[in-house]
Design a protein around this ligand. Sequence first.
Ligand code: KIV
Length: 271
Amino acid sequence: MSTHTRTRRLTIPQLVAMKGQQKIVSLTAYSSTIAQVIDPLVDFILVGDSTAMVGYGRPSTLGMRLDETIAHTRAVVDSTRLACVIADMPFGSYQESHEQAFRNCAQVLASSGCDAVKLEANQALASTIEFLVARGIPVMAHIGLMPQFVNAMGGYKAQGMSEDSAATLRADAQANLHAGAFSLLLEGVAEPVARAITEASAKPTIGIGASPTCDGQVLVTEDLLGLGSAHVPRFVKQYADVGRVIREACGRYAQEVRNGTFPTLQHCYGV
Ligand code: KIV
């Protein structure tokens, strides 16, 4: 098992300084249970808006609400002490104006105690990132396949597959770095494009369906545990089938309750 040797929570500047020194490891968490288990294993925990799908069974990430983001991020911060915690800003909470973005990001930071926020940000959002960073809010910029654009994209599609799309991605990366993003998250990006962006960036890139050369990797924890949806994207490696373990254990429990072998007097008080 690969753990780190840290005794205090990693800070954002320390995370940035890992570029070129060691690979950055990240997983998602939205509950106390998962957060406690992964805290000694990862460098940062992402409270992704994938919570809408994984935790609430909604069809996309678009329905995630700000109060839900705050509650889940608070639970993760309160249950951990080593990994830095980054909250994914929900759709509609930062796109309207610089002021709206600042108000909502500040509320997430102040109410949850997390270290930074992540925004899905093409070039059009770069000025918002600049506004937030100038006011003390560390921002990770998510580019490439941006799930909050699912309706505009007509589905979840890898980006950077044509020369035009690759040029757009390189420009998105540059604009967000110039605006002060401390890191880029590259999702569903053609490998050569992700590699080129990583090589050109002084700040760490975190890949998911991007490139092994990215400075770090992130996965949705439930996907690698085999607890995700029936459709497993190409970029997921399933490390365990925890769904089967849960089915077997809960199935045995159900059987024993039905046939009267659980509980026994050993599980009762005052016997
Ligand atoms: O919401 C999320 O979990 C994410 C990851 C897929 C990167 O943004």
